[in-house]
Design a protein. Structure first.
Length: 99
């Protein structure tokens, strides 16, 4: 799924920038935990923060080690858009790519 170009929140990405706006929706899984986030598409992939749908598994659960391993892989892509749970506004995006 992707943000519609008809949405008032949609804007053009900076053609000279390798980081596109995160206008795509993805489902995320870490162990038994599920969530979703906004993300970019294509070669240079970045993600916004994850909206978890269920709580973190207990550290005593048999799934906890798998959860931690897979969480590191998921969190690795939450870098450029850290702190954003939704796509940044166009002004925020321009400020991010200038820094």
């Amino acid at each position: 799924w992707t943000l519609s170009e008809d949405s008032p929140d949609w804007y053009e990405e900076d053609e000279s920038e390798i980081r596109d706006p995160p206008f795509h929706l993805q489902f995320v899984r870490a162990g038994s935990r599920r969530g979703w986030s906004w993300c970019t598409s294509g070669y240079n992939y970045f993600s916004c923060e994850i909206h978890w749908l269920d709580p973190e598994p207990s550290c005593e659960s048999g799934d906890y080690g798998t959860y931690l391993d897979e969480l590191q892989g998921v969190e690795h892509f939450v870098d450029f858009y850290r702190g954003y749970y939704q796509p940044p506004t166009e002004a925020e995006y321009r400020r991010l790519i200038e820094d």
